[in-house]
Structures are given as C-alpha cells and as structure tokens.
Design a protein around this ligand. Structure first.
Ligand SMILES: Nc1ncnc2c1ncn2[C@@H]1O[C@H](COP(=O)(O)OP(=O)(O)O)[C@@H](O)[C@H]1O
Ligand SMILES: [Mg+2]
Length: 286
C-alpha cells in the first residue's frame, strides 16, 4: 500500500518466509550451514529449534532452495497435526512415489526403492518436518523408523525436525530415547542482538529498493529492537505498521509517537514497558 510513497519496489516487511529477503546473521548462517552439512554428510536426524518467529521456516525455505539447486529429492511436511497414514500419503505425494499412496506398506516399498536409486546416483533424500513440536507420539515413532533406512555409506533418508523449544523437551521423553540417540546435529535460533536487528532492518529495506535507512532514525531503531525483543517476526510487524502509519500521515520518517501507537495497537509487552507507560496513564486518568 505504502510502497510507491516510500519508493519501494517490493514490500520490505512481508511476513512470509521468503528466502530472497534472507538476512545472514551469524547464527542464521551457521544454522543453514549445519543443515546443509547434516544433509550432505548423511548423518540421519537433525533438529532445529527456536522460539516463535525466530526464522525457522525461513531457514527451511533456504534449505529447500539449496535442495532444488542440487536436485536432491525431498518431502516437506509443513502441517504436523497429522496421523501416520496422512504422513505417508504426504511423503508419497511430495516424492511422487508411484504406488497406492493410501497404503503404508506400498509407500514404504516405493520409498525404499527411491532411496536406493537416489543413493546409486550419489544423492541423498530428505524429509523435512516443520512445526515438529506438534507431532503425535505415534507419528514421531514412524519417523524414527523411516530414519532406519541405511546402507554402508550412511543413512539413506535425512530427517530434519524443526520446531519450538518444546520439541527438545518432547524428544527428552523416555519413549523417544531411541530417536533422541539418533540426533546427530542440533541447531537453535535465538532472537537478534541489537546490532543484528539494525542490520536486519537495513537488509530488508535495501532488498526492497531503499539502499539507506531513511525511515527509521537510530533512536527509534533501538526502541524497535527493545519492543520486538529481537524477534524477526515482531520486527517485521512493527516496521510494517510504522510505515503504514507514516504513510497515512504523509510523513517520510517514522517517529516515537507512531511507535507508541503501533505497539499499543499490537498489545505488545516488553521488559520495562510498565515503567515507561504508567506515568502517562496516571496523568491521563487523574
Ligand atoms: N534471517 C532472516 N532473514 C530474513 N527474514 C527473516 C529471518 N529470520 C526471520 N525472518 C522473517 O521473520 C518472520 C518470521 O520468520 P519464520 O521463519 O516464519 O519464523 P518461525 O518459523 O521461527 O516462526 C518472517 O517474515 C521471515 O521472513
Ligand atoms: Mg514457522
């Protein structure tokens, strides 16, 4: 809506996990390198955790681009509230397995054939599960069994489980210890440090066509970091709303007042918020 007003070619703070806007913070870069290494070295299970909005799905999208580019076959389960039968059907669909996709036995046979054929061509195969903290026990057990396919060179199916920190706790459960033992790589994403939030916003603005940040002054940036607590999704939501507000007021620069309005509308909580807002509220109420 505001793109033309600010001269953006594209929306800078879209909430979709779009790899073209990928900002390589050190931890995001390391996590992606780890995922790629885990896949290439045919190690088996890899776990990626992080709080809501820290960039897990975006990271998986970057991995997906890598897999496409290297012609590595993969199945991507983005809906984790599924039953085992549905999981097999989704895997069969993604990997284009020619069999009765509603029959677990047929899917497993066809999958086995594909894995062997891929490995004979020097390629591995990958199963990615996003939001894996929601997986039912019985589905996790099926996934563990799929991770059993192997030959002398290593695992034939690399499994990546991505989810919120509860996933780690889930994998600690006694009935999942066999799966836990097979996890060879773990990566976790944390919120940005202040400098990273600055660079992150700068990167997204530049990708959208604004080479230098002319819209968020440095003191406002510091406050955006504080209020978002460095969570990329919240940074996006705040910046998007700020630009919208500035546009509505025909202002080319965002201000602290606009930020107060935006974060109040978003009902955001952040450390120290009460101290900051109470005196004003008290005056207003008196
Ligand atoms: N490293 C990053 N580079 C660019 N955008 C990011 C990055 N990390 C997160 N984002 C953005 O933050 C938002 C939330 O990311 P997402 O991957 O959906 O988080 P999660 O899956 O962990 O909840 C998305 O809009 C995404 O584009
Ligand atoms: Mg996600």
């Amino acid at each position: 809506m505001y793109n033309a007003f600010f001269g953006f070619a594209d929306s800078p703070f879209n909430l979709s996990p779009d790899p073209t806007f990928f900002y390589k913070s050190q931890q995001h870069e390391e996590a992606l390198a780890n995922l790629i290494y885990g896949v290439q070295s045919r190690k088996g299970f890899i776990v990626l955790t992080g709080e809501v909005g820290t960039g897990k799905t975006t990271m998986l999208e970057c991995l997906r681009d890598y897999l496409y580019a290297h012609r590595i076959e993969f199945a991507f389960l983005f809906n984790s509230r599924i039953k085992p039968e549905e999981m097999y059907e989704m895997i069969a669909y993604d990997l284009d397995l020619r069999c009765d996709r509603t029959s677990k036995t047929e899917v497993i046979y066809a999958l086995n054939e594909l894995l062997i054929q891929q490995v004979s061509e020097g390629r591995t195969t990958v199963l990615i599960v996003d939001e894996a903290h929601n997986l039912d026990w019985e589905v996790l057990e099926e996934i563990r069994m799929l991770g059993n396919f192997e030959n002398r060179g290593g695992k034939l199916l690399q499994v990546i489980l991505a989810g919120q920190p509860e996933l780690d706790r889930k994998l600690d459960a006694p009935n999942l210890r066999q799966l836990k033992q097979r996890i060879v790589l773990r990566c976790s994403l944390k919120a940005f440090l202040e400098g990273e939030t600055f660079e992150y916003v700068q990167t997204r603005l530049a990708k959208a066509g604004m080479e230098e940040n002319k819209v968020f002054p440095p003191d406002l940036m510091a406050e955006i970091h504080l209020r978002s607590q460095g969570i990329p999704r919240l940074v996006n939501a705040i910046c998007d709303n700020l630009l919208l507000t500035a546009f509505a007021l025909e202002s080319r620069i965002c201000t602290m007042e606009m930020l107060d309005e935006v974060t109040a509308d978003m009902r955001l909580e952040w450390p120290g918020r009460r101290l900051r807002l109470r005196p004003q509220l008290a005056r207003g109420g008196a």
